[in-house]
Write a protein that binds this ligand. Structure first.
Ligand code: UD1
Length: 429
């Protein structure tokens, strides 16, 4: 398996192009199932998860065409999808087990053809992550849900019917699934306590371009008037706020200065607030954001993850790496996922001082981190080890790089272009 090898201690200076958001592109791709016409997405990142979703859609009968050069550092691809006929309503275990977001085909398939059978995603490295909210919501829209041999079977032979769905907990995926399903349901659907994440709003904006009638995007109360059919559209995927936040922390942890091209401050308010408190300057520029450590060491700041517009759980591991080098202590509390501290033992091996008590981690900043051989456990955990490696003295070798490839496009190239000593060691297998 590939490894990433970093020699730390270099200040990062330069520009990094921000890719389209993986977490927006995946539901947008699933939305192609809602129409027989072509959906054309631009700014699609080249990532393993995008390939997995493309495979899944292809086996449902979607014809896909991707333009764009995977070797180029930016620009993203243009992905055309056409689901003229749905040849299979089954999402098989083999593909779903690779990526939990596969469950996003459930709502569109049930809405378009009245039937969907999707393998249960099962447990995953960051907690149990059930899909009960997705299923309960679809039931509210009139689908019959059966659990059969590890599969969720949703049946709505007469079509879905609009309803009031109150989510007991904020869920990005369940909001997206229900939003897509509601577009083709009869009558009005209200989604209450809906997720407000920019990726949900991006999906909603694309659905509106496809002919959907939606109000309240970006709020926790979304109203959809169902229509008989949707049509083709073109849409550019929103820039990745998590990638932007990650590279902002790369500038901070190396005492550098990076301009993040395409990065959007309005999607990162809570993160920018924390960075300011920590002594990092983040300023908007005509092309994106400029991030710079103002002077002296990073200051310790307490952080709690929350649904948007709060501090994102997908940046928790990265802020922990930054706080490991801070002057002072930081209490980091994870309120979205259980068991999302798997990066802690690995950061500790690099000299970080972190004590976990339940959902909180006390991080006592250290003057220096030291390179080590470490193991990636999930997508965001692995990039936190890259950040620590950039700041550490000596060599860091990161194993299980495939986690990174699921979510960071051209990571080594982007960092190396700004002065990082980082290479991928390809496996001989
Ligand atoms: C999405 C993101 C992921 C991010 C997460 C939270 C994608 C592809 N992934 O994941 O990167 O970390 O939002 O911002 O967009 N829950 C239930 N029942 C359900 C669904 C969720 O209890 O049916 C719980 C989860 O276990 C978790 C919380 O709700 O504790 C939030 O999860 P959710 O927002 O659904 O995350 P995902 O959509 O899976």
């Amino acid at each position: 398996m590939d490894q990433i090898v970093i020699h730390g201690g270099r200040r990062l200076v330069g520009e990094i192009p921000i890719s389209g958001a993986k977490n927006a592109a995946l539901p947008l791709m699933a939305a192609s199932l809602l129409t027989g016409e072509t959906l054309r997405l631009s700014n699609v990142p080249h990532l393993a998860d995008i390939t997995t979703m493309a495979r899944l859609l292809a086996q449902h009968g979607v014809s896909l065409h991707m333009n764009g050069d995977a070797e180029k550092g930016s620009g993203g691809g243009v992905l055309e999808m056409r689901a003229e006929t749905i040849s299979s309503f089954v999402a098989p275990y083999d593909l779903v087990r690779k990526m939990r977001a596969s469950v996003l085909v459930l709502g569109p398939l049930a809405a378009r053809v009245g039937e969907a059978k999707v393998s249960l995603p099962g447990g995953c490295a960051i907690g149990t992550r059930p899909v009960d909210l997705h299923l309960h919501g679809l039931e509210m829209l009139g689908a019959e849900i059966r659990l059969e041999e590890g599969y969720v079977h949703a049946l709505a032979p007469k079509g879905l019917v609009g309803a009031k769905v109150v989510f007991p907990k904020v869920s990005v995926g369940a909001t997206e699934n229900l939003l897509m399903a509601a577009c083709l349901a009869k009558g009005e659907t209200q989604l209450l306590n809906a997720a407000r994440e920019p990726e949900v709003a991006d999906l909603g904006e694309c659905l509106v371009k496809m002919g959907a009638q939606i109000e309240g995007l970006g709020t926790d109360r979304i109203t959809v008037q169902g229509v008989d059919s949707l049509h083709g559209a073109e849409h550019s995927v929103v820039p990745d706020r998590i990638e932007t936040g990650t590279y902002a922390m790369a500038a901070a942890i190396t005492g550098g200065e990076l301009e993040l091209i395409g990065g959007r401050a309005d999607h990162l308010s809570a993160v920018i607030e924390v960075l300011h408190e920590a002594g990092i300057s983040v300023k908007e520029t005509p092309r994106g954001l400029k991030v710079k450590r103002v002077s002296g060491p990073v200051k310790g700041v307490d952080v709690m993850t929350e649904p948007y517009p709060g501090f994102p759980t997908d940046l928790q591991a990265q802020i922990m790496a930054l706080m490991s080098t801070a002057d002072g202590a930081a209490m980091i509390t994870e309120s979205i996922f259980e068991n999302r501290f798997m990066h802690v033992p690995e950061l500790t091996r690099m000299g970080a001082n972190v004590n976990v008590h339940g959902a909180s981690a006390m991080v006592r900043g250290q003057q220096r981190l030291t390179g080590a051989e470490v193991m990636a456990t999930d997508l965001r955990a692995s990039v936190s080890l890259v950040l620590a490696g950039l700041a550490a003295e000596g060599e860091t070798v990161l194993n299980r790089v495939y986690h990174l490839d699921r979510g960071y496009e051209h990571l080594e190239q982007k960092l190396a272009a700004c002065g990082a000593d980082i290479v991928r060691r390809r496996s001989q297998e």
